[in-house]
Design a protein. Structure first.
Lengths: 439, 524
């Protein structure tokens, strides 16, 4: 952490501040882009604004920021409009129409800038790609305090975006999920769409002019995507995305300074590292999210399969004892009867013994009284289902067993009661075996 | 031998043929150049040699150059470098156009975008590793290898996000694009501090250097174009199935995941050679625009495939040529703009899905519907209150305009226009302010009314639609009933083929507004 010794609050503080403001401004709107499946729009706009910058330059013959800003925002909104038109009139897939529009506009801008290159040095990369590290150097004075221009601009953008999201939350929500419903409720879904587009353009232009475009493109998508994996409620999603955006901005800057120093280098690009940290957050959200995480879902599926296997084991032992047959000798005998793998069976048997449902007597496995009670309910469910399916759903007899085998694991006492009532409390199942009584 | 084997051999033969042709033409161009290296004026151009390489005849544009009028125009082709650039962009445009067709139909047009950005960390890591090991970090092969690996990882990540989480495709694309690119930028920041620090030039690897494309780049592009053409041809049927109905493809036992990966591999190959030759934005454009433009012209994949390849190659040719003639136009951007012009033209005038042709079709349908409404209205006004008229003459009574106006909710202007048109077509006769059907008009009206009522009867008997609602339903569908469907309806309803069924409901003016517009909403 030697590199952090060079930490300077006035310098690094402002860089982080600019990063947070940019990330929050983008993440606020990004939620709705992700929900409306328009994630690529941020990327498209940040490439497409070039002709706007060039046109502003041609018209005003100056490189002052306001006309350039306006030009870029106008072209940004036009990008969204053209995409919509080509999609609507030309019946072209959304992604393709976006690809057509932004590459064409970028090429147009490039041509315009080359035409202007004689008169002034208007380098596309210097117009397009600001650097967040340089933000503290360009300050303006507000009420006697020197604050970086980027922080001021982005602060205003954050306030506008936050107001937009908070004030129009309900409208945004309904029009994002169901624009037809929004229209029947009497507010204009198209208007919301275009307001959102305008704000996205403003945010994109304000951000990449000051802090570079990698950051804003990443922040439009990645924190909202991570938040989307963590919650099912839109309000929480917005809040979470803001928090995650802030975290990635802070840790992005810290790791930009500290991570390269582990390998003996000095600090690297802050914006790039902020995007990487956001990517890491998305990775953890995707794997470990309590409801939608990949790992969590996998574990849940394993647990369910083991629970079903445990059910199958006790039911098997019950049926064997019921028929006064020889209990299976050893693990492999059960394994071959249930067609499962040894590891799962071992785990399940350990668990069953812990729950005192099964005891091992030598090589034999036997049900305890508790195990027998549990197994009886299962077998009762199974046979009731068979009876019900045979009498009410007219399933062919040879398919009865498989169906009932699936359903028995999800049948509780009240459902068993209903099944029993529906089939007039039968004594025997369709195969002629006795249905055990309820406890 | 099984049919599949035959099929496969046939396709391999085609692919091989194309490959041989391509090799010959590239070889021819390079050879032509060597032979005439000292007299560039004579070796005028590759355009001809593209076609006639194996015959070793004087090239097409050489003739054009020699003719006085076009001398100046083609003088740019005397430059060897220009020819190499034009050939390279043409090959790239063609290959990208073909691969683009599949990605467009698979609704992954922006995959190229994400992928091109995702290559950056691969390039940076390849450079770092090579430099640390003491090799030449800028060796093209190493950088291309790094780019390919990173691109494939990027694609695998996109597919994993899409398949394993509930995030949608566009979010997966955007997330991978920005995070990978961010990582690449961070790595470049480190590279700039490395010993030697000669990282300059890595950036241009990403942003392209069309104008300074060398013969090696062209050969590389040629090779990849070859691979992608062969790949597309060999897997044509499988990829087609995958693009249009992947579930069906899976049910036919095709390895859809492998095919998906193969397609993405083609995209990776094309965009990576393209990237370092012409730059990121141009590469995306070449992958998306020609294919999207070709879609307006045809519904057949083969044709679309050919058109997209041709448009891509043509854009490369025209764009590079224009930028060679006008020095102030950057070649990459010019190629994209030429492409865009083709796209806009196709979108407007495309013969299959163009805006104009669809407008004309809609307008014609509108007219036909108005006419059919008029004929049926007159017919129903003439019909007796109950039963079916037997006498054809009795059906040709005079009706007044007011009666017709009350029959449907249509505006007077629209009705009058339609009456004038039908009069010109000799479907109705005008006598004073009254009109009646001509014999031709009567036949047409009877057929139409029959269709309408057959559909009504069908709805009542087979679809359990309430009698009061069938008129409106039938109104929407009567215009698009094909003769086969009418025949099927007849069979279903076991009606007498010649008779006209009586209306199943009373023929009072409808109490709900049915205009041509509401019916239009239900057009095909």
């Amino acid at each position: 952490m030697a590199a952090l010794n060079a930490w300077d609050w006035t310098l690094d503080g402002w860089i982080i501040m600019a990063g947070i403001l940019c990330a929050v401004a983008a993440a606020l709107l990004g939620n709705f882009l992700v929900l409306r499946r328009m994630s690529m729009l941020g990327d498209a706009i940040s490439h497409a604004v070039l002709p706007g910058l060039a046109a502003a330059f041609f018209l005003t013959h100056s490189q002052s920021s306001l006309p350039m800003f306006l030009g870029a925002v106008i072209v940004g909104v036009l990008t969204a409009l053209f995409t919509e038109w080509i999609r609507g009139f030309g019946q072209v897939d959304e992604g393709a129409s976006m690809g057509v529009v932004f590459t064409s506009l970028f090429a147009l801008g490039l041509v315009m800038i080359v035409q202007a290159a004689d008169r002034v040095d208007l380098d596309p990369s210097c117009v397009l790609y600001g650097a967040i590290e340089l933000t503290p150097l360009d300050t303006v004075s507000v009420f006697g305090i020197h604050i970086p221009r980027a922080v001021l601009t982005l602060g205003i953008v954050v306030v506008i975006n936050a107001l937009f999201v908070v004030v129009l939350f309900k409208e945004l929500k309904i029009s994002s999920f169901d624009s037809a419903l929004a229209t029947t409720f009497g507010f204009n879904a198209r208007l919301m769409h275009y307001l959102l587009m305008i704000l996205v353009a403003i945010t994109a232009v304000a951000s990449f002019e000051t802090v570079g475009n990698i950051l804003v493109v990443a922040m439009f998508i990645v924190p909202p995507a991570a938040a989307y994996l963590l919650t099912d409620r839109l309000g929480w999603m917005v809040v979470l995305s803001v928090i995650l955006a802030t975290i990635s901005a802070i840790f992005g800057h810290i790791s930009a300074i500290s991570v390269p120093s582990w390998f003996g280098f000095q600090s690297t690009t802050t914006a790039g590292m902020m995007a990487v940290i956001a990517g890491l957050i998305l990775f953890f959200a995707a794997t470990l999210s309590p409801r939608h995480g990949i790992v969590v879902k996998l574990v849940r599926r394993w647990l369910l399969s083991w629970k079903i296997l445990a059910d199958d084991v006790v039911a098997l032992l019950y049926r064997i004892e019921e028929g006064d047959r020889m209990p299976p000798q050893g693990l492999q005998a059960i394994r071959s009867l249930l067609l499962t793998d040894t590891l799962s069976l071992k785990l399940v048997l350990i668990w069953l013994r812990l729950r005192k449902q099964v005891i091992a007597v030598g090589h034999e496995f036997r049900l305890t009284l508790e195990g027998e009670a549990a197994a009886r309910q299962l077998v009762r469910s199974h046979r009731l289902w068979e009876q019900y399916l045979a009498s009410h759903a007219s399933i062919e007899p040879e398919r009865l067993h498989d169906k009932a085998e699936q359903l028995e694991h999800f049948t509780d006492r009240s459902l068993r009661q209903q099944l029993s009532d529906a089939t007039d409390s039968p004594e025997l199942d369709p195969h002629g075996t006795r249905i055990p009584a309820e406890d | 031998m099984s049919r599949t084997a035959h099929n496969l051999i046939g396709r391999m033969a085609i692919a091989g043929g194309v490959a041989v042709l391509l090799i010959f033409s590239i070889h021819g161009i390079i050879e032509t150049n060597r032979a005439h290296a000292k007299t560039p004026q004579e070796s005028a151009s590759f355009i001809g040699s593209m076609h006639f390489a194996h015959q070793n005849v004087t090239s097409l544009s050489q003739i054009m150059v020699q003719s006085r009028g076009s001398r100046q125009w083609f003088s740019f082709l005397q430059n060897y470098n220009t020819r190499v650039v034009i050939l390279g962009t043409m090959l790239l445009g063609g290959a990208a156009g073909m691969v683009g067709c599949f990605t467009l139909l698979r609704k992954r047009a922006l995959m190229g975008d994400a992928l091109s950005h995702a290559t950056l960390p691969g390039i940076a890591i390849a450079f770092i590793v090579m430099t640390v090991w003491g090799g030449d970090g800028k060796s093209l092969i190493v950088l291309l290898f790094g780019a390919t690996v990173a691109g494939l990882i990027g694609i695998a990540t996109i597919l994993a996000i899409r398949n394993l989480t509930r995030l949608k495709e566009d979010t997966a694309l955007g997330a991978v694009l920005s995070v990978f690119f961010g990582a690449g930028v961070a790595l470049l920041g480190v590279i700039q501090q490395m010993d030697g620090g000669h990282a300059a030039g890595l950036e241009s690897f990403i942003y392209g250097k069309t104008a300074s494309m060398g013969i090696f780049d062209t050969q590389l592009i040629g090779g990849v174009a070859l691979i992608s053409i062969c790949g597309c041809l060999l897997l044509f049927k499988e990829l087609k199935l995958l693009c249009f109905d992947d579930a069906f493809a899976a049910s036919r036992g095709l390895p859809t995941v492998l095919l998906d990966l193969a397609l993405m591999g083609l995209v990776v190959a094309v965009s990576i050679v393209g990237l370092q030759a012409v730059g990121l934005i141009l590469m995306i454009a070449l992958l998306v625009i020609p294919a999207a433009a070709a879609r307006f012209w045809t519904d057949q994949l083969w044709v679309m495939f050919a058109i997209a390849a041709a448009l891509g190659a043509l854009s490369g040719l025209l764009g590079a040529s224009i930028s060679a003639v006008f020095s102030k136009l950057p070649s990459g951007a010019t190629i994209v703009l030429v492409c865009t012009c083709f796209f806009l033209f196709s979108m407007a005038f495309g013969l299959r899905r163009g805006v104009l042709i669809r407008g004309v079709r809609r307008w014609q349908l509108n007219r036909a519907m108005d006419r059919q409404h008029l004929l049926r209205a007159i017919y129903e006004l003439c019909e007796p209150a109950h039963g079916v008229a037997t006498d054809a003459e009795s059906m040709r009574q005079h009706v007044t305009l007011d009666e017709l106006l009350a029959k449907r909710s249509w505006s007077r202007g629209r009705l009058l226009r339609e009456i004038r048109r039908s009069h010109r077509r000799e479907l109705v006769e005008l006598i004073g302010d009254q009109l009646r059907l001509t014999k031709r008009g009567l036949a047409a009206a009877a057929a139409l009314t029959r269709q309408h009522r057959l559909w009504e009867l069908y709805l009542i008997t087979h679809a359990d639609v309430a009698t009061s609602r069938v008129d409106r339903n039938a109104d929407a569908i009567e215009h698009v009933l094909e003769p086969e469907i009418v025949a099927e309806l007849e069979q279903l309803l076991q009606g007498d083929r010649l008779s006209l069924p009586e209306s199943p409901h009373e023929l009072t003016p409808p109490d709900v507004e049915i205009t041509a517009e509401t019916a239009l909403g239900k057009e095909r």
